[in-house]
Ligand binder design. Structure first.
Ligand code: ZN
Length: 495
């Protein structure tokens, strides 16, 4: 290793340590910190963020990076690592610190105004700050640069290589099939899912969630599950990945929420040891990451064979299910219902919620929809795609936190994850054979092994779209998703 590369690695290790400390503080904030800790925690985290940012964008980093690049040839891993760092550095240095400061100020105010507007169902309290946040996103896009559409600059930060055109192509292939499928399902009687709500002790939910994630392969010696208001996955090394979940009256929340986060967690745990704590560690992009959480939540967790294996244990853990047949349970956990709230949406309608946000984000950034007209535009899209109109803005355009935090450009990665999960799964089945029989026996090791070899072990070495091509032999393709969603729900609803 050249001296410059060693110096660069040492600098990146320092930055990694600062970011890890920040992530632990954030995890603690959401899981255990008493309310009184908020002010100090905010200051500590801001200091650590600033120190990490300053170390990273310092001239010295760029100098070391350029020298290391000139000295390195032939070593694929090192070249990939230098590519990843170059991209991050380019993005970080293009944004002036005045803009970064303005963003954090506006989003703090944005969050306050959004909470107030949502709780009083009064969009006019959020509209003025939203106008400023959109102007800021437009400025941000100008700093980052783009050749085609303003959205391209913003979305590429979250999903390398994505653009408005890329997302348009993706949504064009799923829009009509999903709208048609939802319309057909709406004409059929909805399965009863009332028994999923009840007085389920938190300790039993915790035991059962732990049992499930242990069985699918999340390593609890290198991770843990805690309770937080919003489920998430975080971590700071392959030896320490944290999941959070919630134990509420609605049993799906803990079961499928935990499987979802465990999918993210196993991806993180699957980084090769040699890349732990380096820029190549972890998931390659938001879209690919979400494909893994969705795989374990939906393709595994909401399948019949999964419950062939686990339903008996569920009935023992939650005796209320002793009078419910496995088939009725399977139908209940796969119930489709056009609803107003994205985060509670089922597998079929979810992408329609995302599409609405994507289309409106583009329109707001272009200026073709004005902020004052947003509620009307929002409701019109819900009517067109889901056949329902929100009775209030609190359950309409005020429901998501993202815009208040100046986050624009990443909603489509959720849909990419859903689509990719089916595309990967089709490949996995072709390679492994009767996956359903394996799941029915509770043998998840071959599935995890395949994902580990093909995806987790690659870390950030390849660009996300290149990884998809390497694994599937083709670019992102919604055909498996459309075909399998249609087959699954036609069977379920007798279409
Ligand atoms: Zn997720």
């Amino acid at each position: 290793m050249s001296e410059n590369l060693a110096k660069l690695n040492a600098r990146l290790a320092d930055i990694n340590a600062l970011n890890a400390a920040n992530a632990i503080m954030d995890w603690d904030h959401q899981c255990y910190m008493p309310k009184g800790g908020a002010r100090a925690r905010g200051e500590h985290q801001a200091s650590l963020s600033r120190m990490a940012h300053e170390l990273f964008v310092a001239d010295e980093t760029k100098t070391l990076l350029d020298k290391a690049k000139a000295e390195t040839s032939g070593d694929e891993d090192t070249e990939a690592m230098l590519r990843v760092v170059s991209r991050d550095l380019e993005i970080s240095t293009k944004l002036p610190s005045s803009l970064v400061a303005e963003k954090s100020k506006l989003s703090a105010q944005g969050h306050e105004d959004w909470v107030e507007a949502r709780s009083t169902d009064d969009f006019s309290k959020f509209a003025p700050i939203l106008e400023k946040l959109i102007e800021l996103a437009q400025k941000e896009a100008e700093c980052l640069g783009y050749s085609d559409h303003i959205y391209d600059a913003l979305t590429d930060q979250y999903e390398e290589g994505a653009s408005k055109k890329y997302w348009d192509g993706m949504f064009d292939t799923i829009r009509q099939p999903l709208v048609d499928l939802v319309a057909k399902i709406k004409e059929k009687p909805a399965p009863d899912d009332s028994f999923l709500t009840g007085d389920f002790p938190a300790s039993a939910q915790s035991d059962f969630s732990h049992k499930l994630v242990r069985a699918i392969g999340f390593d609890l010696d290198r991770g843990r599950i805690d309770v937080a208001a919003h489920p998430f996955c975080t971590g700071w090394s392959i030896g320490d990945i944290r999941l959070t979940t919630r134990y509420q009256n609605f049993l799906n929340t803990s079961i499928f929420g935990t499987l979802h986060e465990a999918g993210h967690g196993m991806y993180e745990q699957g980084t090769p040891k040699k890349w732990d704590l380096t820029p190549l560690a972890g998931g390659v992009s938001l879209g690919v990451h979400e494909s893994q959480s969705r795989t374990w939540e939906n393709l595994v967790g909401r399948s019949r064979p999964f419950w062939d294996h686990f339903y008996g244990e569920l009935q023992v853990t939650f005796p209320a299910f002793q009078s419910i047949s496995q088939d009725a349970y399977y139908r209940a956990i796969n119930r489709v219902e056009p609803s107003l709230i994205r985060v509670e949406a089922d597998e079929v309608t979810y992408n329609l919620h995302i599409m609405i946000r994507f289309e409106l984000e583009c329109a707001l950034l272009e200026g073709s929809v004005k902020v004052k007209d947003l509620p009307e535009a929002w409701n019109e899209k819900y009517r067109a795609y889901l056949g329902i109109v929100p009775p209030s803005d609190a359950n309409g355009c005020l429901q998501d936190v993202h815009w208040s935090a100046a986050l624009m450009g990443y909603f489509p990665t959720y849909s990419m994850g859903n689509i990719l999960s089916y595309q990967f799964w089709e490949k996995l089945e072709a390679d492994l054979g009767d996956v359903n029989a394996m799941m029915a026996k509770g043998d998840f090791a071959p599935i995890l092994g395949w994902l580990q070899t093909k995806i987790y072990s690659q870390g950030k070495k390849y660009k996300p779209q290149d990884l998809v091509k390497r694994v599937c032999g083709e670019p992102l393709n919604a055909e498996p998703y459309n075909r399998r969603i249609s087959a699954k729900y036609s069977e379920l609803y007798g279409l």
